[in-house]
Design a protein around this ligand. Structure first.
Ligand SMILES: [Fe+2]
Ligand SMILES: [Fe+2]
Length: 373
């Protein structure tokens, strides 16, 4: 009888074989794609037809996989609380949930829609670019197995991510407000949570059924949870792109990371502004508390809601003057760090061991990339 480990090894071997087979078939299509690449990228054929280094391909493939996962979760938010239209089709909206989100900002549905569309274009572009270089794109379709929300407005189809049992880390709130601690310089420092309750339990960020639409403070707590989760997701991308950019080899791949990354930051900036508008309340069904972040009882500037510009902080070394920066941006282990953070968030609760193994493999391959610049 095979041990679990042997099973995993076999699965990994099989997947790697499929990946290799994919690389071969993709390579045979490269000639035809050269024309496409030139047209799409507007680059001279000699430049754009150059093969990717193994490291660049691994970085782009891992990012494409994460963008597919982001698209899946944003799509679920959009179906219930965004704008359902030709650009982001699917779902019929939940009027009550949408109204609760609009308490944070009347433009929330439009922002949710646009963030969803952005993620879709990120993964579509990254996969098309990989293919144009004869490299294997990311594909997670076999893992679309998690249940949809049963609330009115959600499509009924298999999902990659679970928004109904989240444990949201809200320490990004104080990390970007701290003037003294940078996770890259102080990896052991624990940044306080903005909403400690969200990091201590499992909470829905979308209504699971129509029963979640009442009482009002329960529904508002779900919308508040979504508000903090939006920023959690996008601060992750904000750090991931600059972290991985440091290990790209081709200037064009660097350009891709430098061009997509800041859009994640634009999302994050918007969402952290909106999260600061989440009403102070306690969910009567489970005791989840959203505190008054401007209370004089909290440590002032580390929590103040309108401090949404990154506070200057020590960067690279404390011998330099403080600097307003994205944090963290250390490159070592950045891909695995991102995969682990999303896993700890509860996004993948219910996924199969094969899913986690693939995510782990993609992250490990990206983390092995070394710049040859
Ligand atoms: Fe993205
Ligand atoms: Fe994003």
């Amino acid at each position: 009888m095979k041990t679990n480990r042997e099973h995993r090894m076999k699965a990994r071997h099989t997947r790697r074989s499929i990946l290799r087979a994919g690389l071969v078939s993709a390579a045979s299509a490269t000639v035809g794609l050269r024309v496409l690449t030139t047209e799409v990228l507007g680059q001279p054929a000699e430049e754009s037809s150059r093969r990717l280094s193994r490291g660049d391909a691994a970085i782009l493939r891992f990012l494409a996989a994460l963008e597919i996962l982001e698209t899946d979760l944003w799509q679920q938010y959009n179906e219930l609380g965004g704008v359902q239209d030709d650009e982001v089709p699917g779902g019929g909206g939940s009027a009550a949930y949408t109204a609760a989100l609009e308490v944070l900002d009347p433009d929330m549905p439009q922002y949710i829609h646009d963030n969803t569309e952005d993620e879709m274009t990120h993964f579509e572009f990254l996969n098309a670019y990989l293919l144009s270089k004869g490299a294997q794109p990311a594909n997670l379709d076999e893992f679309r197995t998690l249940p949809s929300s049963q609330a009115t407005g959600a499509q009924q189809l298999g999902r990659l991510t679970n928004l109904m049992q989240l444990t949201v880390d809200t320490s990004w709130w104080t990390r970007y407000r701290s003037r003294t601690e940078n996770p890259d310089l102080d990896p052991k420092f624990t940044f306080p949570q903005a909403v400690p309750g969200l990091f201590d339990g499992q909470f829905p960020a979308i209504p699971r059924t129509d029963d979640d639409l009442k009482p009002p403070d329960h529904l508002q707590a779900i919308a508040n949870t979504a508000g903090f989760h939006f920023a959690f997701i996008e601060q992750g991308g904000t750090s991931l792109y600059p972290s991985l950019a440091q290990r790209t080899s081709a200037p064009e791949v660097l350009r891709i990371l430098l061009s997509i990354g800041p859009t994640e930051t634009m999302h994050f900036q918007t969402w952290q502004d909106k999260a600061g508008n989440a009403p102070v309340l306690t969910d009567p069904t489970n005791g989840l508390e959203f505190p008054d972040l401007n209370s004089p009882l909290l440590a002032g500037e580390d929590f103040q809601t309108n401090l949404i510009m990154p506070e200057p902080v020590p960067f690279l070394s404390r011998k330099f003057p403080v600097c307003s920066i994205i944090r963290p941006t250390a490159t070592r282990g950045a891909a695995m760090g991102a995969a682990n953070a999303l896993t700890a968030d509860g996004l993948f609760l219910g996924q199969s061991p094969d899913f986690f193994e693939l995510l782990h493999d993609l992250a490990a391959d990206a983390d092995r990339a070394r710049s040859d610049r």
